[in-house]
Write a protein that binds this ligand. Structure first.
Ligand code: WT7
Length: 657
């Protein structure tokens, strides 16, 4: 801990300019009032916000039902429609305001207004209804970032169907697992798309997923948007073209009014077992979280041009692409390309072209841009920017300073936002008109979020201490449960050992509180890795590896990586007779990487594979991952190895056998 202390205590503080504070949505006074209200009257605080920012069909009379802890219901008897709140409520005031500017991989751009988007959503929602999609049905969306992906999500919300977006980089196997777990009957996809100049014909992966599922497949229809006109298999009545489905549909579709806790979506994320968790979000609490964080953290104003670079396949793309900006009637940019294609200036070109004012991206993207063209931002007019954001992992101070200086020209606050798929929106983040910024710290919990850091005995760690990051009171935007697995929801987020009788939400991260009360996220406490800001469970990759015919055992750990933050290092024990000869080592490594990519997706491919004779285990058979982590990172083994069953193994782990 000596390291973290010297690091955090010497940090410079960047205070907001007077100019920024004078125009900010929250200034020190209004912020203090909010905090006081949250403190004095917790339920009233949330109830008032929900009344202010959501258009209700029927207003709620009960703010929180906590009779079945930890299954909470917020704004219990209220009813609403999220798509109504994102579209219809703007039709009278700003029908012709641009809602979405889409930038394609090749630089082509198109845009839609609120009126047009509303029509597209109504038509597609009516199309879904014509296929038989009903309130509560699950619809998988397997599409790249596009206006249509947002239309599909909003259409589901409109008719009360529950969407589950699967990132278009996941493999057919991962898609099949999610279809089965969600028991989804409908799937929306594209024939193919271009990303980073490459053509990805993903309808083929959808067909492969349906083949994998065979007679178990619950899918009744697949809807395909024609994007590239690549050849794809069409089974009449089963495969339906998007353009045929919306043809002749009315552009009016009455919203389906649902209860506050009605599931808006399921989004799969990795946990500590091999099976991803279907995080289920509510309608009202989730929407409220998206709205207030747009206002408080991004300081959103009607005049802004907002750009979050995330893909709709992740939670960031749900909250800060599909729901938050639309709920506020924002103009936003969406992008289907990558930061490095056709070169490292695509972000800066887009900011200049559309006069983006609020820009939100991930540290891994920033680091790759520094490496590929650290001075490129200087060649563009970025004067429209007024606020920058970061998400996904701690931002290292060097990247922070580059972002602040070269992109923000030292006048844009950087909001380092800590949150999770499960929390739905920002939980800890600077309030840009209030907080002094320390590079690498996500500052403090937002008003109403009772976050704390506790030790093994459940006590607050106090200034200078480190421990488990918890949220002590239920909050409206938290996940409602894990789809189909209430038990796992309880054990994953309310584990007895940490959560105790107080019912603290346990985030799975450890954190440090510095002497000024700033929070610093230290990393995960479970076997979950963070590669390029994406969460990947080691168990998932291990189970993919051992499903290969040559593999007996595998253990995956994180290795420090300059750009990705962490990379994947796999120790593999082969079955007898499958250990490769020296000249075939590389071939088998290559084969295993391809195997993992087909089992999960390219993002889960190990960066390093080492073939070993055995894994370091305790006498009770538990793999000692800390040892593997040290070896992967080339560190000395300092921990006690007396509990190891076979201490001699350590030397053998340092090279391939
Ligand atoms: C995990 C959540 C939140 C959307 C993207 C990732 C890590 C996230 C930060 C940050 C330090 C961060 C945590 C968290 N994380 N943001 N600003 N500083 N760590 O969502 O896949 O659900 O992952 O990402 O470890 O638990 P996710």
């Amino acid at each position: 801990m000596a390291d973290i202390n010297s690091f955090t205590e010497n940090s410079q503080i960047f205070v907001p300019s007077e100019n920024f504070v004078s125009k900010a949505n929250l200034n020190p006074n209004t912020y203090a009032t909010l905090c006081k209200k949250a403190n004095d009257d917790y339920l009233g605080f949330w109830g008032d916000l929900a009344k202010t920012y959501i258009n209700w069909h029927r207003i709620f009379t009960q703010i929180l039902d906590d009779s079945k802890k930890p299954f909470y219901k917020w704004f219990v008897d209220g009813s609403l429609n999220v798509s109504y709140n994102c579209l219809d409520r703007h039709l009278k005031t700003i029908p012709d305001k641009v809602a979405i500017i889409f930038e394609a991989d090749d630089g082509a751009s198109e845009s839609v207004t609120y009126r047009e988007l509303h029509k597209q959503v109504c038509k597609f929602a009516n199309g879904l209804k014509s296929l038989g999609v009903k309130n509560g049905d699950r619809v998988i969306i397997y599409m790249p970032n596009s206006i249509e992906a947002i239309v599909a999500m909003q259409s589901c919300a409109r008719i009360g169907a529950i969407h589950s977006v699967v990132f278009a980089g996941f493999s057919a196997h991962s898609l099949a697992d999610r279809i089965i777990d969600a028991r989804a009957q409908y799937l929306v996809t594209v024939d193919g798309f271009k990303r980073g100049g490459k053509v990805l014909a993903i309808k083929q992966d959808v067909d492969a997923a349906i083949t994998i599922l065979g007679t178990d497949s619950p899918i009744k229809n697949i809807i395909i948007q024609k994007v590239l006109d690549v050849a794809c298999k069409i089974v009449p009545k089963f495969d339906v073209w998007w353009h045929d489905l919306v043809l002749n549909q009315s552009d009016i579709c009455e919203p389906e009014w649902v209860l506050s806790s009605h599931p808006l979506f399921i989004l799969y994320t990795s946990g500590s077992t091999g099976k991803p968790k279907g995080v289920e979000h509510s309608s009202a609490g989730y929407l409220l979280g998206a709205i207030i964080t747009m206002l408080w953290v991004f300081d959103y104003k009607d005049s802004d041009c907002f750009w979050c670079t995330a893909d709709v396949g992740w939670i960031t793309g749900h909250t800060y692409v599909c729901y938050g900006p639309l709920a506020l009637g924002a103009t936003q940019v969406i992008f289907s390309g990558t930061p490095l294609y056709p070169d490292a200036s695509s972000f800066w070109r887009i900011i200049q072209r559309h006069r983006v004012s609020v820009f939100y991206t991930a540290p891994t993207a920033i680091r790759s841009l520094i490496k590929a063209g650290g001075d490129l931002p200087l060649k563009f007019d970025l004067s429209s920017l007024r606020l920058l954001g970061s998400v996904g992992e701690p931002i290292n101070p060097e990247a922070w300073k580059w972002y602040y200086t070269l992109v923000g020209k030292e006048h844009c606050p950087i909001v380092d936002t800590w949150w999770q798929t499960e929390t739905g929106c920002h939980m800890l983040a600077p309030i840009p008109g209030v907080s002094g910024l320390k590079p690498g710290s996500c500052c403090a919990p937002l008003p109403g979020i009772c976050a704390g850091i506790i030790d093994e005995n459940g006590h607050n760690v106090g200034l200078g201490g480190s421990g488990y990051l918890v949220i002590k009171k239920p909050f409206p935007m938290q996940l409602r449960t894990i789809w189909g697995d209430n038990e796992r929801y309880k054990t994953a987020y309310y584990p007895e050992e940490i959560s105790g009788s107080k019912h603290y939400y346990v985030a799975g991260d450890s954190a440090h509180l510095d002497s000024d009360g700033y929070f610093w996220i230290l990393g995960r406490i479970d076997d979950v890795l963070n590669v390029s800001g994406h969460r990947i469970g080691t168990a998932e990759i291990e189970s993919a590896l051992v499903s290969h015919k040559a593999v007996a055992e595998a253990a995956v750990v994180g290795k420090f990586h300059e750009i990705k933050g962490e990379s994947l290092f796999a120790f593999v024990v082969c079955k007898n007779g499958f250990f490769p000869a020296k000249e075939n080592l590389e071939n088998l490594k290559e084969e295993l990487c391809t195997w993992v990519a087909t089992q999960i997706g390219a993002i889960a491919k190990p960066d390093d594979i080492r073939f070993v004779e055995g894994l370091p285990k305790t006498r009770s058979g538990k793999i000692m991952r800390r040892i593997l982590r040290n070896i992967a990172n080339g560190h000395q083994i300092t921990q006690d190895i007396s509990t190891l069953e076979n201490p001699a193994i350590i030397e053998l782990l340092k090279t391939d056998i």
